[in-house]
Design a binder for this molecule. Sequence first.
Ligand code: SAM
Length: 284
Amino acid sequence: MSTTARINGRYALPRPFLKWVGGKTQLLPELMRRVEQIGGFDRYHEPFVGGGALFFELFRTGRLRKKAWLSDNNPRLIETYQGVRDHVDEVIALLQRHKKRHSEDYFYKIRATVPATLAQRAARIIYLNKTCYNGLYRENSKGQFNSPFGRYKNPQICDEDNLRAVAKALKKARIEHRHFETVVDKAEAGDLVYFDPPYHPVSKTASFTGYDRGAFPEDSQRLLARVYDQLAEKGVYVLLSNSMTPFIEDLYRDFTIDAVSANRAVNSRADRRGKVAEALVRNF
Ligand SMILES: C[S@@+](CC[C@H](N)C(=O)[O-])C[C@H]1O[C@@H](n2cnc3c(N)ncnc32)[C@H](O)[C@@H]1O
């Protein structure tokens, strides 16, 4: 499909080009419904960008009028975005080469290298992401990719049309490696900020990630809630997703909290405690 192909007046691409833990594709209709309530916004900020599902959807549906600011504290992820934006032809050529050579041995060989150029590093992450077990990027405590080989019959290693559409969308973005709290200095009244942090665990047993590098402890959740307050105070539109736990409900009690599941909204308070409910917090 070409990057300019339209279906019902909308572009079909771009879509997220990496599968990421906590990817929001499932929740997009709920997120978009809330964004539409605003009518329009100035700049868009996504400080936990991950796979960037909402950013790509906003671009695809023509809702980004001004610059977007995408950031994350994972430097390998940020380099991958920058590599695709700035060197898409080279990334595609490298992915085609990976595709030709793909095998279990080749996967482990590539996993063990850290290439010199931005384009090579971006192609390496995309290749490993498409071919690893579960298709999910995971790192050890040293920040090294450590997912094992995945046994796919025909992994889509090089989706050229989507990568070109992604590169075009990313030309509209500043892409930076930084912590989420820095958004306070960047966002201004009339801008939209979407926060999709690592979720607060729903149970003690679900908190197994608490000790690894991706840890996002309750103190970080509290800091995020303070950042949310400051942005709201400034007149920024702020949307946040998290799990629906008593701790999260308490942190955001001054704002509107909608309970949603991947497929439909659940409005009554009692239903909020359902197993699959996620919280969408908004100040508009
Ligand atoms: C739930 S994921 C975002 C998923 C994304 N919305 C999507 O659709 O794929 C959370 C992201 O937050 C990032 N992260 C964790 N702690 C952070 C911090 N302190 N500052 C900025 N980003 C952080 C992780 O690297 C991860 O990419």
